[in-house]
Design a protein around this ligand. Structure first.
Ligand SMILES: [Zn+2]
Length: 447
């Protein structure tokens, strides 16, 4: 059975570029052809057609950095800087998270992700609950929502956990659980959050298994100072010495990097996940995205966690990725909509080593496709890429297919009942607020 996803514009991100009045043909979960709609219709007269030819068709967005561990903790401590926020919010939260919180929280945020065009999410589940194996709930959550994903356990043991072997056991369990649309990376929450024992043993463990890595690097100036104090060098230099860059790495942020560090990241093939909303909300700084890109680094866009952003709306992150550079450089031409769209799709896939599979609409790739249609946001299409980046909101996301399966149909998520999921999560949110001490401290009013 062939399905055609039709748009006034198909922005392929592949060699075919931007095609007017075109469609994507899908069969067996894969893209078989991208061409003018009339020709494809003639070839497949019985095909189901999604889209009336007025909208925009793009590859699914690749959200390159999230923490679904924060799914049930949005809106707490939004005015705190990163270090205090980690200490006062993420620490206590991480100690009470369970596998059920992970599963249900993932399904809750899946609604937000899917309705902002995300088809693949690179997640790092951060928790400090040694008995829980909580990160495994992300795998079942993603699978039940039909989302493609890369999962990792954001391990940090400094003052927060027991022994190294126990932490490595959770990585092993997570690696074993990931299959199908869900793949695995070794998580290093932050270098500074780990003891030297975990850093060394963990990297050796990952190296022996050929695992790729998901971590954070150079997010704030305070991180650089703390690294200088502890090791006498900056985190990137320390990671290099530890052999981390011998593995395939995607690093969140890279806000505070100098030209030598940018050259080093490029040389070692380290990819960067740029998180403009989280960088702005935490007052962390503006990542040198044009310089990172000019060096040849694969730079994807991420929302970051639901608590260091307070939403998983990828369209906000995409728009702000452009705006932040423009206002920072005082130059509207420093980055354009087409570039930002490329970062959110093909470059994000490249950053995760998935660009042979997803990221563009090309025959042979898996069918992760989004149709933006039926909303005033995309009614005026003088410039489809510009309209999408600067004008589109979740209300324009009409249909989403992942691996050829329709997970959003006519603006409704198919795989998660939104209202039901919200109700289901309410008591979990209240329990977390109570058990993490947020209620007693007056930072949460959840009940
Ligand atoms: Zn992060």
């Amino acid at each position: 059975m062939t399905v055609l996803v039709r748009g006034a514009w198909v922005l392929t991100q592949g060699p075919q570029g931007e095609l007017p009045d075109a469609a994507v043909a899908i069969e067996g979960g894969a893209i078989t052809e991208v061409a003018g709609f009339a020709a494809l219709r003639q070839k497949h007269p019985d095909a189901e057609v999604i889209g009336d030819g007025t909208g925009i068709v793009t590859p699914g967005f690749v959200n390159t950095h999230t923490h679904l561990s924060e799914a049930l903790a949005t809106g707490i401590g939004s005015e705190l800087p990163l270090a205090a926020w980690g200490e006062q919010i993420i620490g206590p939260l991480g100690r009470v998270l369970t596998e059920q919180d992970a599963h249900e929280g993932t399904r809750l945020r899946a609604v937000e992700l899917l309705l902002s065009g995300v088809t693949c999410v690179n997640d790092m589940f951060v928790h400090y609950n040694p008995d829980a194996m909580a990160s495994l709930g992300v795998v079942t959550g993603l699978r039940s929502a039909g989302l493609r994903g890369v999962v990792s356990f954001g391990a940090e043991d400094l003052d927060r956990w027991g022994d190294v072997a126990r932490m490595l056991a959770e990585h092993d369990a997570l690696a074993a659980a990931a299959d199908g649309l869900v793949s695995f990376r070794y998580g290093v929450g932050t270098l500074l959050g780990q003891t030297d024992a975990l850093l060394t043993e963990g990297i050796a463990h990952a190296t022996a298994r050929g695992w790729a890595v998901h971590t954070h690097l150079h997010e704030t100036r305070e991180e650089l100072a703390a690294s200088q104090e502890r090791w006498g060098e900056r985190p990137i230099a320390h990671a290099l010495g530890l052999g981390l860059f011998d593995l395939r790495v995607i690093a969140g942020h890279a806000v505070w990097v100098d030209p030598d560090e940018i050259a080093l990241l490029a040389e070692r093939g380290v990819a960067v996940a740029h998180n403009p909303v989280a960088n702005a909300i935490l007052g962390s700084g503006v990542a040198p995205v044009p310089a990172l890109r000019a060096a040849g680094i694969a730079v994807g866009i991420g929302t970051d966690g639901a608590a260091s952003n307070d939403s998983q709306n990828m369209l906000e992150a995409v728009k702000l990725a452009a705006l932040l550079q423009k206002v920072h450089a005082l130059d509207p031409a420093v980055i354009d909509a087409a570039t930002v769209l490329r970062m959110a799709t093909l470059d994000g896939a490249r950053a995760l080593g998935l660009d042979e599979v997803i990221g563009s609409l090309e025959p042979g790739k898996r069918a992760d496709v989004v149709l933006f249609q039926d909303a005033v946001d995309v009614a005026v299409l003088h410039d489809p890429a510009g309209q999408l980046v600067y004008g589109a909101s979740p209300r324009a996301v009409a249909d989403v297919l992942i691996d050829g399966k329709r997970v959003v149909r006519d603006h409704q998520v198919v795989t998660v009942d939104e209202a039901e999921q919200v109700e289901l999560c309410r008591p979990l949110v209240a329990r977390i607020a109570r058990d993490a001490g947020f209620t007693a401290r007056g930072v949460s009013r959840a009940r």
